[in-house]
Write a protein that binds this ligand. Structure first.
Ligand SMILES: [Zn+2]
Ligand SMILES: [Zn+2]
Length: 171
């Protein structure tokens, strides 16, 4: 329970920390156009990561992640999530790995927005199982996910149906 909600605090802190890689002496190393381009790339990259991770890591490969996700399919309303300290370690590992070869400022900003996408995904997924908002986009997005709960082999995307459309797994 604590772990679940503290995850949001940890993830927001990570977004701030990753964005701060673009600053040195309080001065942004990137132009506004680059910020915008990297931000959009990061969010876009998240939507594909979400699809691939959900489809393969959560449903195909035998792993603790699959065990945790099966539990979510059994108890959709329980407050389950990958422990924040695991995602934090993975994210920092990826950042330091990439920043050895790529521009640390750009890497930080792209990854900050990938992670903002992850937070959006967590919040949307939580709402699908706990809220009944009437807004049309929410009703449609929620239906997309509820079909996944009924049929595990379709609708892997959560924040968008885009990749289900691209890979022909949308119902
Ligand atoms: Zn769900
Ligand atoms: Zn699933």
């Amino acid at each position: 329970m604590f772990n679940y909600w503290f995850g949001y605090v940890a993830n927001i802190s990570l977004v701030i920390w990753l964005s701060s890689r673009a600053f040195s002496n309080g001065q942004s190393q990137l132009s506004a156009a680059r910020w915008a381009g990297y931000a959009l790339s990061g969010l876009f990259l998240w939507t594909l990561s979400e699809y691939v991770l959900h489809r393969y890591l959560y449903h195909v490969l035998e792993s603790p992640l699959k065990v945790g996700h099966d539990l979510h399919h059994d108890e959709p309303r329980s407050l389950l999530g990958v422990p924040w300290w695991i995602t934090t370690m993975v994210l920092l590992g990826v950042y330091y790995g990439l920043a050895r070869f790529l521009d640390p400022a750009g890497t930080g900003v792209v990854m900050a927005f990938v992670w903002l996408g992850y937070i959006g995904y967590c919040a949307m997924h939580h709402s699908f199982h706990h809220a009944h908002w009437k807004a049309r986009w929410f009703v449609n997005a929620r239906r997309h996910h509820m079909i996944h709960h009924a049929r595990h082999d379709v609708n892997w995307g959560v924040t968008t149906g885009l990749w289900d459309r691209v890979f022909g797994t949308k119902t």
